[in-house]
Design a protein around this ligand. Structure first.
Ligand SMILES: Nc1ncnc2c1ncn2[C@@H]1O[C@H](COP(=O)(O)OP(=O)(O)OP(=O)(O)O)[C@@H](O)[C@H]1O
Length: 248
């Protein structure tokens, strides 16, 4: 018997109070330890899907299966660090909200900062960090509760390309080491293909899945992959699906 998916939306509909039908008959299942990217034209409902997966929003129709709140971490496009708190205090926030004893918080924060290579910056202020470091702190904060599901909404969109590539590799290393399930929203075909086991392409109005493409490339993936004809072929296939979705 195969294990049930960690996250499953089935026949989900979402209509906002404004009347916008954001999702209609939307179905997506993500298995434990999978890395799935969501790609689609602006306004197709990617963030709406993530908000439901996070439990921040409920479907109007259909069913939603997700891990409990403690089992879910969220990384936004902006690092959203509290400017008045040091890096360690920012990362500690979810643990404090969960009521963990102080000593255990400190140990977990230290471990989380080490996993993103920020162990030397625990006492730094957010304003002292570069954009990439801020995002790493934000990822540490999402992972500090050891979630089973990590939701990411265009986390690297505001970063320069080299930093973005580096963070892609660090994210994949964390994913492989920690075994969480990743649902990653991006506008970049190249990023989606590089990271994912599956790229799910959505069309808009109403938001729905139009393609689900398995990227059959082994991990660990490295920069060398970006220069291969196979990578170019995956990107062309996903680009084609995205173009069709955008024209639909
Ligand atoms: N709170 C809201 N109230 C009303 N309409 C909303 C709300 N949030 C989103 N929408 C609408 O629902 C649709 C889907 O929005 P959503 O933000 O999920 O799309 P997206 O694919 O994440 O877009 P983008 O790629 O631009 O971030 C859009 O038409 C948007 O205008």
């Amino acid at each position: 018997m195969t294990a049930p998916p960690l996250l499953a939306l089935e026949g989900v509909e979402k209509r906002y109070a404004s009347g916008t039908l954001a999702l209609s008959d939307f179905s997506l299942a993500v298995g434990a330890r999978e890395f799935v990217s969501l790609l689609g034209p602006s306004g197709c409902g990617k963030s709406t899907v993530l908000r439901m997966a996070a439990g921040l929003d409920a479907p109007g129709a259909g069913t939603l299966r997700r891990p409990g709140d403690a089992g879910t971490g969220f990384v936004f496009q902006e690092p959203t660090l509290m400017p008045w708190a040091r890096v360690a205090a920012n990362v500690a926030l979810p643990l404090e909200l969960a009521g963990l004893p102080r000593a255990e918080c400190a140990a977990r924060v230290h471990a989380a900062l080490r996993t993103v290579g920020l162990e030397g910056f625990a006492r730094a202020w957010p304003r002292e960090l570069s954009g990439g470091m801020k995002m790493r702190a934000s990822i540490a904060r999402a992972l500090v509760t050891r979630p089973r599901l990590l939701l990411m909404d265009e986390p690297f969109a505001a970063l320069d390309e080299i930093t973005r590539f580096r963070l892609n590799d660090q994210l994949l290393a964390l994913w492989q080491a920690q075994g969480f399930t990743a649902l990653f929203v991006t506008h970049s075909v190249f990023e989606a293909v590089y990271l994912s086991q599956r790229v799910v392409v959505m069309a808009a109005r109403p938001g729905r899945v139009v393609a689900d493409i398995a990227i059959d490339e082994p991990y660990p993936r490295t920069d060398a992959l970006r220069a291969t004809p196979r990578y170019a072929a995956w990107c062309a296939q996903v680009s084609g699906a995205l173009r069709e979705a955008t024209d639909a």
